[in-house]
Design a protein around this ligand. Structure first.
Ligand code: NAP
Length: 208
């Protein structure tokens, strides 16, 4: 099972300020929905508060050392607890999907890029569809922030979905950790600035 982080950040790894995002980029939101829909998402308590309500069609797991009472969110006091909740939910969902689509050769267990022996066979830019878009994975736990949570998950995540926003945000108070050399870029797609997007940005995927 893959553990992926998904984040949008500025040129200095800025993530947010005053518990809010720093931009409004509709196509980045669509990318986020595409790659989190139908999956368990793991977030920190502050990100839950920033969202305000649970994300639809996803298991919303919240890491907190206190009891989480917000409707539509499931609390976890540790990463182990969060991953257990996520795995059980995802496995049940994938089993149901396989049963419903009997005969379909569903991608279960390996995602793309890992053979059954666990050897990573990813090659840059081969994991794309006919439109040149990154193929959505089914078998992923998605870590969706914020800064504290990304920092901790850097040690055990094996995929990063980064939206690199081409601007600096000096008022930011939360940052994404440095992406070290162990991470290899496997996908990149630029997006221009236009009347709906105040900044240009780039969708990137890294794996290790
Ligand atoms: N740009 C993006 O893609 C993006 C994505 C998400 C969030 N954000 C931004 O990031 C900011 C929030 O990030 P943040 O770093 O302040 O907070 P956060 O990471 O969302 O949440 C931190 C909280 O998570 C809980 N926690 C952390 N580690 C834990 C552990 N190992 N076990 C149990 N609980 C744990 C603690 O909650 P308790 O205090 O309740 O114990 C802690 O206070 C906001 O500005 C938000 O808008 C940006």
């Amino acid at each position: 099972m893959d553990i992926a982080m998904i984040a949008a950040m500025g040129e200095a790894n800025e993530l947010g300020a005053n518990n809010e995002l720093l931009w409004h980029l509709p196509d980045d939101f669509a990318w986020f929905v595409k790659h989190t829909k139908g999956k368990p998402v793991v977030m920190g308590r502050k990100t839950m508060e920033s969202l305000g309500r649970p994300l639809k069609n996803r298991l919303n797991i919240v890491l907190s050392r206190s009891v989480v009472k917000a409707e539509g969110f499931v609390g976890a006091a540790s990463w182990d607890e969060a991953f257990l909740l996520a795995k059980n939910w995802l496995e049940e969902k994938l089993e149901l999907a396989v049963a419903a689509e009997s005969g379909l050769n569903a991608v279960v267990g390996d995602g793309v890029g890992n053979d059954v022996s666990g050897v990573n066979t990813s090659v840059a830019m081969v994991n794309t569809d006919e439109n040149g878009d990154w193929i959505a994975r089914k078998n992923e736990i998605m870590v969706i922030g914020g800064g504290e949570i990304y920092k901790q998950a850097m040690d055990f995540a094996n995929r990063l979905y980064i939206t690199q926003v081409n601007a600096c945000f000096t008022d930011a108070d939360t940052h994404f950790p440095a992406i070290g050399n162990a991470w290899k870029p496997v996908f990149v797609k630029p997006h221009g600035k236009d009347d709906k997007h105040a900044y240009s940005f780039e969708f990137q995927v890294f794996e290790k």
